[in-house]
Design a protein around this ligand. Structure first.
Ligand SMILES: NC(=O)c1ccc[n+]([C@@H]2O[C@H](COP(=O)([O-])OP(=O)(O)OC[C@H]3O[C@@H](n4cnc5c(N)ncnc54)[C@H](O)[C@@H]3O)[C@@H](O)[C@H]2O)c1
Ligand SMILES: O=C(O)C1=N[C@H](C(=O)O)CCC1
Length: 239
């Protein structure tokens, strides 16, 4: 498979390394404006760029009729617009806030736990994410996905980014974001009562899990049409 990398930073480079090991080739890579003629050589484009560039990169790939995967976070207020363009172009698009298998299993665990805890009002839920200091967005895309799943399975109405130990509003999930050197990505959800805590946690040890998931998604999506998620790729829809 010929892959175009839209964004050649930490993730682009990790994807390149693993893609070559899986006998794919990188036919184009850019960290700025896309050369459409070069992009058109690809079987699939993988966007890991920056929040302000992702939307345009994805739309450019869709208009060039190249299936596109995006892992960039912090641009999701434009998600519906991109879905519409994908449909108009009869294109192929997949977004995931987190491509790792472990986090996608963790998403299911989080949803099951939220369902279980619904109605046990003595427990206060809280979400914490920790990432490296170069991260541009907060909270992480993964934390937002986790919070949305809790909202779907509980009576809570929204989430709010708060400082550690800050009082949270009723009906809102407090989300704390910490930035520490060299942390690839840690997410934990805690339900606290006056007598105990229940906590689930995912810790990424490197970027390789994200990169491998993105390549598996690219292999899966290459000849499909439509808008997909990692639940489709990993067959996790009916769990
Ligand atoms: N979904 C996931 O599993 C997952 C995993 C890791 C990171 N991420 C997200 O992916 C994104 C990239 O992460 P990273 O760690 O590689 O960041 P990074 O800063 O190392 O790399 C981003 C690269 O994009 C380049 N860039 C700037 N403007 C661009 C443009 N117009 N087109 C293409 N590239 C452009 C930058 O120069 C940089 O090289 C972030 O939003 C991050 O949150 C998602
Ligand atoms: O390193 C990052 O940046 C990461 N971003 C994603 C997010 O925002 O959830 C996934 C984890 C790593």
């Amino acid at each position: 498979m010929k892959i175009a990398l839209l964004g050649y930073g930490k993730m682009g480079k990790t994807i390149e390394k693993l893609a070559l090991e899986r006998n794919h080739s990188i036919c184009y890579k850019t960290s700025s404006e896309i050369d459409v003629e070069q992009l058109k050589q690809a079987d699939v484009a993988i966007d890991f760029s920056i929040p302000t560039a992702a939307k345009e990169n994805i739309i450019t790939a869709l208009k060039a009729q190249i299936p596109v995967i995006s892992g960039t976070t912090g641009w999701l207020n434009h998600y519906e617009e991109v879905v519409k363009i994908c449909e108009q172009e009869n294109g192929t698009f997949l977004y995931a806030s987190n491509f790792s298998l472990g986090v996608n299993l963790f998403f299911n665990l989080n949803a099951h736990l939220a369902k279980l805890m619904n109605g046990h009002k003595q427990y206060q839920v809280g979400l914490e994410e920790i990432h490296h200091t170069q991260k541009l967005d907060a909270p992480s895309g993964t934390a937002i996905s986790l919070a949305k799943d809790i909202i779907d399975y509980s009576s809570l109405k929204d989430w709010k980014l708060v400082n550690e130990n800050e009082e949270s509003e009723a009906e809102s999930i407090p989300v704390t974001a910490k930035r520490i050197e060299n942390i690839s990505g840690t997410h934990s959800i805690t339900y606290s009562s006056s007598v105990d805590d229940i906590e689930i946690k995912h810790t990424a040890h490197s970027r390789e899990g994200f990169a491998l998931g993105a390549i598996i998604a690219a292999e899966w999506i290459k000849d499909k049409k439509g808008v997909f998620s990692m639940k489709d790729v990993l067959n996790l829809n009916n769990l």
